[in-house]
Design a binder for this molecule. Structure first.
Ligand SMILES: Cc1ncc(C[n+]2csc(CCOP(=O)(O)OP(=O)(O)O)c2C)c(N)n1
Ligand SMILES: [Mg+2]
Length: 1038
């Protein structure tokens, strides 16, 4: 902010207005960009003069021996050389003169290229005129900001009026192939150094660079009709007057106003208009706090009275849950785009305060919407992400999200990013907030063009946005619009910015608002009259006043009016699920056999798999014959059976295709044909739903956010994210805390995402051991102290009330059932009417298949999904005992929240002296130990498969079954981790504090596991000894 730039003398003085007066037909850049290798070189830098000299020697010998472009170039320059020789002076040799001309041409080419690469560094991007958008007042020495800088190219003032052949890599000539140097510089200045700064020359693709050059360099491109200007003015009026209205009515309320970047509203609307014109029907937006209410009002077009209601502190919410502050809420709206007269659906995804966290969520939702519509190219559905300058540069999830943008299973075919670059983050100057020149540099990693634009030039902004939308819809790649603006007030309306940015804010106080500047311009040029302008303002003010009047009649708030992803027909009219029954989750035996058979085969012909894999498939076939499943096969059965029922299954995460532990192998690789793969799961049934299994980038925050967004789009899909090891979820903690555990309470939004978190103490060290169950359990919202009312539907109503389900399965069958229950659990009934007709390529419930039908109904099922956290095993994947029989999975069977003791101890419960409750893998250690100590009749072992919501009813039942037994909770985790803190008060509640629940497990610790194998085994031995020492708690009080 202290870096004042003295605007250097520019050569543009005489040029103003010229661009607007010339109507130049567009040149076809495609035909110009290609040619045989020896053609006139388009991008030659300084090092190419020897090549040119070689060409020239060849041409002197035989003009036909070089490409015709060289021929005409040398002919022309020779002619000019001979004309240029001043009278009376000796004529230099033809070769010397031509050589000079060749060098000058090369210099001019370099000069043009310098502007294309570095022009943005001197563009006037800061509306305040005091800051450098690139954080640096340095002026590149190869830009001609003063006459003397021509010397850099060995050119002088005398060369300014000489004509130069233009290379194919510029469009500044319009229909002309030559221009004077003076005009070349003027046009380059006009394109690259005024209110638009273009960064694109790092893009690897020449065609894409040419496209951008043509869009911005062609003379006359930035002309607007008077109608377009009036629309732009009207949009600015709305944007500005909306903020003014809020400021007038609620002067002491936080709203994170847009003042200083009002142009964002017309900017977003232009992107949407242009995209709609190009065929887009559904736009999904993500954005932070700044200007969000304005976007809701003027872009999404949410009813103003509903927005104003949010300012009324007295209104109570009608819906359950915590709700959220008004500048985080989402919205969904289908309407007609007035510019294109086409239908458009706009949704703004709700987000937490955590800046940029919504980015991957928006991308996932967009991908899902594209997937369900069969929109593989992103022609119908697209995303727009709005960012703050400080957050865009500082938050790592931005980078993670960019890296998803071109991955086949994650791409949304291009996103338009808009940065509200108000050159400040809360109280921090950009120079302290980032190390890169611009806040947008992160986008360079994916070759996204970056268009910086001075936000006080509304026409420049609109032009840039229109090109950005066209870019996205032409190349299906990301693009960034950097709106360089200012923040008129403090961080929020209560903040005093002069404490920390005194000079900047002195300038801001002097700054004429953009609306006034633009209105004055249009009035001066006669596009509107002052009266028309004032009427436009009065009209919008009236709209706001009327809505305000209506908002005062409201008695109640509805959070569900702010839902960003409604599921049609999912709820009854009163918002309740349709039924509270829990069907069985088993499937017919022939289905199990069929899935087992496909899972052990290679459905494609002449497909050679690895011999090690053949062994695995043979063992699957063997298990199928024996009516057994291991973990991987149980998962196959669950996925495969859901696919048959039309449920799309998507499994994503690092190395999930094979499985971190090499157990899954859902994608087979031909050992002889490169990149030939086969996914047998997609060969199960003729009309099955599609199965997507995809290895993700090495990201947790980004990818989990993405899958959450994907799961948000439909209740009729099983979407799973698997962590490589369970503890890696902590780098995605924000998605878990801010969206998964709280999303329903804050935003009445349901989501059925499943997290698979490998967990288990196996001596692998502090990392790779614990998936940190304690964290999830601590966030579970079931009340530890309330004695529940055991109604008939207790199991289901408990699920209905909780924020997520936490399970730790001890058997493959249990895993199979819980995955199926995730979809079937639901409160559903067949639906007959009232749903929108599905577009031609979605999953259709009428014909119960995927593919075009054009006659079915959207929203095939009416399920009530709930987030599910599963701690999954590692060593149990191959444990000989960890197998389940078909008997535990066939029709009529279902998920057991608790697996009670059913061995010797169960035969004489009165004799049992100890009942050990446990969950997950430790069960197998306990069984083995019990048997080796000969205590099968005296110690009962009961497993909690579902930990949260806590199965109060079954725990009570089990405790009552063994009235004389001492109750023990055994876990392999340390005492301050795992499940103990969660289960202990709940046991107390259900036992009425009459019997203690003793702890057996590892001691409290700081690290989740030891790195020393021996220490691991010693601590295991120790707690197993305690578990079966029937006198361990004698004399102890609780
Ligand atoms: C992840 C995260 N860290 C910190 C904050 C606190 N915070 C809220 S707004 C803000 C400044 C954001 O600056 P910028 O991205 O430039 O947006 P602006 O407010 O300037 O529009 C900060 C630090 C937050 N909301 N999220
Ligand atoms: Mg900012």
């Amino acid at each position: 902010m202290s870096q004042l730039r003295l605007l250097p003398f520019r050569l543009r003085a005489q040029a103003t207005g010229l661009l607007a007066t010339r109507a130049v037909p567009e040149r076809n850049w495609r035909s110009r960009s290609s040619g045989p290798p020896a053609a006139f070189p388009s991008g030659l830098g300084g090092g190419s003069s020897s090549y040119m000299e070689a060409m020239y020697s060849a041409w002197l010998e035989n003009p036909q021996s070089v490409h015709k472009s060289w021929d005409s170039f040398f002919q022309k320059t020779s002619e000019e050389a001979s004309h240029a020789a001043p009278e009376g002076r000796p004529v230099p040799s033809q070769r010397t003169t031509t050589s000079k001309l060749v060098e000058d041409h090369l210099a001019v080419q370099s000069l043009i290229r310098a502007y294309q690469i570095r022009g943005h560094h001197v563009a006037q991007l800061d509306p305040l005129g005091i800051l450098d958008a690139d954080l640096d007042s340095f002026v590149p020495s190869d830009l001609i900001t003063t006459i003397d800088k021509l010397a850099f190219y060995d050119l002088g003032e005398a060369d300014l009026d000489k004509e130069f052949q233009l290379p194919t890599t510029t469009f500044i000539g319009g229909s002309e192939n030559t221009l004077s140097l003076r005009e070349i510089i003027r046009r380059l200045e006009s394109t690259y150094c005024q209110h638009i700064g273009l960064e694109f020359m790092f893009i690897n693709d020449v065609e894409q660079c040419q496209w951008i050059r043509q869009k911005f360099e062609t003379p006359g491109v930035m002309q607007f009709s008077s109608e377009e200007k009036r629309t732009l003015l009207a949009r600015l009026v709305r944007s500005m007057r909306f903020e003014d209205f809020l400021a007038r009515k609620w002067s002491s309320e936080k709203r994170f106003g847009l003042e200083g970047c009002e142009v964002m509203i017309p900017a977003l609307k232009t992107i949407i208009d242009k995209s709609s014109e190009m065929g887009i029907e559904n736009v999904i937006l993500g954005m932070p706090h700044r200007g969000r209410l304005n976007v809701l009002a003027n872009v999404i077009r949410k009813d103003l009275e509903q927005i104003f209601c949010q300012f009324d502190p007295k209104l109570e919410a009608a819906d359950e849950g915590s709700g959220d502050v008004k500048y985080h809420l989402g919205m969904y709206h289908e309407r007609i785009n007035r510019v294109t007269n086409r239908n458009i659906t706009l949704s703004l995804v709700a987000n937490p305060s955590h800046l940029e966290a919504v980015d991957p969520v928006v991308q996932g939702k967009t991908k899902a919407e594209q997937f369900y519509r069969g929109d593989t190219q992103g022609r119908k559905v697209m995303s727009i992400l709005v960012h703050g300058d400080a957050a865009f540069a500082g938050q790592g999830v931005v980078y993670e999200t960019f890296h998803l943008s071109d991955l086949p299973s994650y791409t949304t075919n291009g996103t338009v990013h808009v940065v509200v670059n108000n050159q400040i983050g809360f109280t921090t100057d950009p120079r302290m907030a980032r190390s890169s020149p611009y806040p947008t540099d992160v986008a360079r990693v994916v070759n996204a063009p970056i268009f910086h634009v001075n936000a006080d030039d509304p026409e420049a902004v609109i032009y840039v946005c229109s090109v950005a939308a066209e870019w996205r819809n032409t190349f299906n790649k990301d693009v960034v619009v950097d709106l360089v603006c200012y923040r008129r007030r403090g961080h929020n309306e209560m903040d005093e910015p002069m404490f920390t940015q005194p000079l900047m804010y002195k300038q801001i106080h002097r700054q004429v608002p953009v609306l006034k500047k633009y209105a004055d311009k249009l009035i001066a040029e006669g596009t509107v009259t002052l009266q028309e302008f004032e009427e436009e303002i009065a009209k919008y003010d009236r709209i706001c006043e009327e809505a305000y009047g209506r908002s005062k009649d409201k008695k109640i708030l509805h959070i569900k009016h702010w839902l960003d992803s409604p599921w049609p027909g999912f709820f009854n009219m009163d918002g309740e699920p349709k039924s509270m029954t829990c069907p069985t989750t088993g499937i017919p035996e022939d289905m199990l056999t069929h899935i087992g058979t496909v899972a052990s085969s290679v459905p494609l012909e002449d497909f050679k798999i690895h011999t090690g894999l053949s062994r695995i498939l043979r063992s699957r076939a063997d298990m199928t014959r024996k009516r057994l499943v291991d973990w991987a096969l149980a998962e196959y059965m669950a996925f495969g059976s859901l696919l048959k029922e039309g449920i799309h299954v998507r499994l994503s995460g690092q190395d999930v295709e094979r499985g971190t532990f090499s157990h899954r192998h859902h994608v087979l690789h031909d050992q002889e044909v490169d990149r030939r793969t086969c996914v047998p799961m997609n060969h199960l049934w003729p009309d099955q739903a599609p199965y997507t299994v995809c290895n993700s980038s090495l990201s947790e925050y980004g990818v989990l956010g993405f899958e959450l967004g994907y799961a948000m789009a439909s209740p009729n899909a099983l979407v799973l994210w698997e962590a490589q090891f369970g503890d890696f979820h902590n780098t995605a903690q924000c998605i878990i805390d801010q969206f998964i555990s709280t999303g329903q309470a804050k935003w009445v939004r349901h989501n059925g995402i499943v997290l698979l978190l490998p967990h288990g103490m196996e001596g692998m060290g502090p990392e790779h051991s614990s998936a940190r169950p304690e964290r999830f359990l601590q966030m579970s919202n079931d009340d530890s102290d309330a004695y529940p009312v055991f109604t008939e539907d207790f199991e289901v109503s408990q699920l209905y009330d909780c924020n997520w389900i936490v399970v730790n399965c001890s058997t493959p069958a249990s895993y199979f059932h819980v995955l199926r229950r995730q979809i079937l659990l639901p409160f559903r009934k067949p639906v007959s009417a009232g749903l929108p007709t599905c577009p031609p390529t979605v999953h259709c419930s009428a014909v119960r298949r995927w593919g075009p039908c054009g006659q079915g109904l959207l929203a095939a099922r009416h399920v009530f999904p709930l987030q599910l956290i599963i701690f999954t095993p590692k060593s149990l994947l191959r444990h000989p005992e960890a197998k389940s029989s078909f008997d535990q999975m066939v029709s009529g069977t279902s998920f057991q929240r608790v697996i009670p003791e059913d061995g010797k101890a169960a035969q004489a419960p009165g004799q049992v002296r100890r009942l050990i409750f446990c969950t997950g893998k430790v069960y197998y250690d306990l069984v083995k130990e019990r048997s080796s100590q000969g205590l099968d009749g005296q110690v009962a072992l009961t497993r909690l498969e579902q930990i949260s919501p806590f199965p109060f009813d079954l725990i009570r039942q089990e405790a009552e079954r063994f009235p004389g037994a001492e109750l023990v909770w055994c876990q392999e985790e340390h005492k301050n981790m795992g499940y103990y803190d969660y289960i202990s008060p709940r046991f107390m509640t259900i036992l009425g504090r009459t019997r203690p629940i003793w702890y057996v497990g590892r001691e409290p610790a700081a690290a989740p596991a030891t790195g020393n194998r021996n220490t691991h085994l010693v601590s295991l031995r120790k707690f197993l000894d305690t578990a079966f020492d029937l006198r361990a708690f004698e004399g102890k009080t609780f």
